[in-house]
Design a protein. Structure first.
Length: 293
């Protein structure tokens, strides 16, 4: 998983088109041509984890993922919030024995977390990050941080990751609200991965390690949302968080075991449709919230 040794490679940033307002960023990212017919979606078995919650797709090879991720909705736990990210990976990285040895991520984390990995930011602010990991290289071989100046709690920031197979490259786009900055573009080598899993997760590994139990006086509350979810396979099949692949819910429990053997601490809502276009179309089941339980 993510190493404390951060060796950043070349990151190329450029200004782009203005994003939409309303707290959501436009999904103006790379699209892949459709070359296969749609196939039925499949709902997989729920996955138990000690540190992550969200949704994971498997059963196909993925080259593209995007989502608009909202900054956490409340302020009283700032500093111990999870990282919120989209991910392409070789193997499931939501399980300790998943066996994945390569991943790439893009998302949001608090300055408290980002600073421990080399970011320069102000306490109480939020940072966007992109990174790529290859186990044979002993840690993340690419990382970049982008300060989300002017982005407030509840605002949405759009992220996309595109694996360009022809050039063996990873392309990242971060699109904040138009009132808070312009799109940022980054590129890195890919080292020939086979990304057979894709996920949208809240991950406590680099903050509290595992979700802390809610105090008795707090009711369940929503941490953040993932909107405009979109995936593309190597063959060009597109979907939202569901598609011609298997989609599994991921919940974080007290011991990594599903209830009743473990107690749910963080889990996603059911998938729903936000009516927003992503990767060329409006699709159903492209959004969910993550809740502390």
């Amino acid at each position: 998983m993510r190493s404390r040794i951060m060796t950043a490679l070349v990151a190329t940033a450029a200004a782009g088109a203005t994003a939409t307002t309303l707290g959501l960023a436009a999904a103006g990212t790379a699209n892949a041509a459709v070359t296969t017919k749609a196939q039925p979606s499949m709902i997989g078995t729920t996955i138990g984890s000690t540190s992550s919650a969200g949704y994971e797709a498997s059963g196909r090879d993925f080259r593209y993922i995007s989502s608009t991720i909202t900054v956490p909705d409340t302020s009283f736990l700032t500093g111990i919030y999870p990282q919120e990210y989209i991910q392409l990976s070789n193997g499931s990285l939501t399980q300790p024995t998943g066996g994945g040895d390569q991943y790439t991520r893009a998302g949001i984390e608090s300055c408290v977390v980002a600073r421990s990995f080399g970011a320069t930011c102000s306490t109480g602010t939020w940072v966007a990050f992109v990174e790529a990991f290859n186990n044979s290289l002993s840690g993340p071989y690419f990382s970049h941080f982008y300060n989300l100046a002017g982005v407030n709690q509840g605002d949405g920031v759009n992220f996309s990751i595109f694996y360009y197979q022809g050039g063996n490259e990873l392309h990242f786009v971060i699109t904040p609200p138009s009132t808070s900055g312009t799109p940022q573009f980054y590129k890195a080598r890919a080292f020939g991965p086979v990304y057979d899993h894709a996920a949208a997760l809240d991950d406590f590994t680099d903050s509290t390690g595992t979700p802390i139990p809610l105090p008795f006086f707090l009711h369940s509350f929503r941490i953040n949302q993932f909107l405009q979810g979109a995936l593309t396979t190597y063959s060009g099949a597109r979907g939202s968080f569901v598609g011609p692949w298997t989609t599994s819910k991921v919940i974080a429990t007290s011991n990594g075991l599903l209830p009743p053997s473990g107690t749910t601490r963080v889990s996603p809502s059911a998938l729903w449709s936000d009516g927003l276009a992503a990767n060329g179309a409006v699709r159903s089941n492209d959004a969910f919230g993550v809740w502390a339980r």
